[in-house]
Design a protein around this ligand. Sequence first.
Ligand code: SF4
Length: 329
Amino acid sequence: MTATGSNPTQAKRVLLAAPRGYCAGVDRAVLAVEKALEAHGAPVYVRKEIVHNRHVVQSLAERGAVFVDEADEVPEGAIVVFSAHGVAPVVHQTAAERGLRTIDATCPLVTKVHHEAKRFAKEDYDILLVGHNGHEEVEGTAGEAPNHVQLVDGPDDVASVQVRDPEKVIWLSQTTLSVDETMETVRQLRKRFPRLQDPPSDDICYATQNRQVAVKAMAQHCDLVLVVGSRNSSNSKRLVEVALSAGAGASYLIDFATEIDQVWLDGTRTIGVTSGASVPELLVRDVLAFLAERGWNDVEEVSTAEETLTFSLPRELRQRRVARSQPTA
Ligand code: SF4
């Protein structure tokens, strides 16, 4: 793309970030609930929101998914899907005690971080988990090794970190953080613990990184950046922060096109549009239609990466497919 920045004489235009929207982990998790409903009929219980998006949760609820906060709210013997954000081992234990049939839709990239936590706990490291306090993913990862993991919720938390042996410390992270803020947190941690080890591979996932890179590329040319995503979606909220720090005049997080305030558009020429990793494309299309009705017909895609990654369905659903395709005696 060859954006040249906005000025008052330019026509109204939209810059549309790519990649945006669904990542491979969200796609798989939503499909898992749909397949579970198809295979078993309603109700299918889902612990927590399957992904952090209001539209997705409402649509699945209309089709018979029942969202609960904890596995002990699920009737004994029923089917429960664990969300893309992952769960602590204690949740698996509760489900087993209640005889629940579980389908684990934890994103494989979250599972990778769980494995890292287990591995470094076994080697008796102090693990500094950079992430947001109270986020489901962080609770799940920390739950793998509660005696070894300490949460570090941004640079302000660094001063209070205590470790047993500064020679044996590693940092891991939530998958959906701001890359820049995380690097700042790590820089501060390393000042205190020069021997701090890096994770074996990036924990902030490809989808989070790609969406932030795309927003950075367009934000400096935008008077306004609209991020489609829900308030509890970590990666969506980060896109607003990244847009603002990359030079957007303003940026707002919206679930639906109907939330756009006409005042935001006053005096605006170039509007950037993107969406978080849990957002279906139809919600972005609604925003583009809203803008087109108000004169923003010229849409230019700002593409910074191609995404081709896909994940196979959770094991429990794959097994069922295999079992169905076995010839009967
Ligand atoms: Fe997986 Fe990343 Fe998508 Fe989260 S945002 S579900 S970690 S691919």
